[in-house]
Design a protein around this ligand. Structure first.
Ligand code: PMP
Length: 285
């Protein structure tokens, strides 16, 4: 069935949705994106994603082309028109189409705004949550502003392919001997009931799920340390897990072929997943 997608003010069948070959997103990866989950037909943490979107745009001297309310209306209309019960909404905003030039186009060049949905039945019941991910490690060769959610995803894509080739599910990236994050998620370990995840900075994406999970962990009186950790520390941890808007809290059971803890999903990750899903569903819009 053809989806209805949003392009620059229009809701169109996906076959009719077009973006210029001169779009700077296409030519320069000059754009930012967000991925938001839908559970039970409702949008999770819209506010968090909207705030980060505005920040990403601001860091690149781009404006927000519409109000937060208008953006929410578009999200909702796509969920309704595409009958999304469980799924994802992808949003991308680029600096627009202009004759190819490294310099930014003149002020007033219309930005390109695209949104589309992906249906994911049973998104919250992913079997992987019971099994856990195997990850490999790779050097972090991305640029130094990973806090801006740009569409430059080639290196993470290469990382996923390297993981697949090694019989694993994903890759964690290492810089200066410390884990930064996963290819499309934030990375955590648990040692002696303390949850450890890298501090915020330019080196990682400020995950919306990360912020929510750390808030819920604190409310549940769990101990949290925001600091970097090494591969050796991760391999010696009791548990490991990742978070992202599309996978929520997902256990990691193996790193570079070595089992983490018992080599099975741990209780802290399971509890955080449950709390995150419960609380996020309650607050969904
Ligand atoms: N880090 C990276 C590199 C990511 O691509 C993502 C997901 N887009 C995350 C972390 C997790 O962020 P969020 O919880 O907002 O999905």
């Amino acid at each position: 069935m053809s989806r209805t997608v949003y392009v620059n003010g229009d809701f169109l069948p996906e076959e009719d949705a077009k973006v210029s070959v001169f779009d700077r997103g296409f030519l320069f990866a000059d754009g930012v994106y967000e991925v938001t989950s839908v559970l039970g037909g409702k949008i999770l943490d819209f506010e968090g994603h909207a705030v980060r979107l505005e920040r990403s745009l601001g860091e690149l001297d781009m404006g927000m082309p519409m109000s937060r309310d208008e953006l929410l209306d578009i999200h909702r209309r796509l969920v309704t028109e595409n009958e999304i019960e469980d799924g994802l909404i992808y949003l991308q905003i680029t600096r627009g189409a202009a004759d190819r030039d490294f310099a930014y186009p003149p002020e007033g060049t219309p930005q390109t705004v695209v949104l589309f949905t992906q249906t994911k039945p049973g998104l919250a019941d992913a079997p992987m949550a019971k099994v856990g991910l195997k990850v490999i490690t790779i050097p972090d060769l991305r640029w130094d502003r990973r806090d801006i959610k740009t569409v430059q995803l080639l290196y993470p894509s290469m990382g996923k392919m390297a993981a697949k080739a090694a019989g694993a599910d994903d890759a964690w990236m290492i810089e200066d001997d410390m884990i930064t994050e996963g290819t499309s998620n934030n990375a955590y370990i648990v040692k002696d009931n303390t949850i450890i995840t890298r501090h915020l900075g330019h080196e990682i994406l400020h995950g919306i799920t990360r912020a929510a999970v750390l808030r819920f962990a604190a409310e549940a009186q769990m101990k949290v340390e925001e600091r970097s950790f090494s591969l050796a520390e991760a391999q010696a941890a009791d548990e490991a897990f990742v978070t992202s808007a599309s996978t929520f809290v997902m256990p990691v059971v193996q790193i570079d072929g070595q089992a983490v803890g018992e080599g099975t999903p741990g209780p802290v990750a399971a509890r955080l997943r449950e709390i995150y899903l419960d609380e996020s569903r309650k607050a969904a819009v």
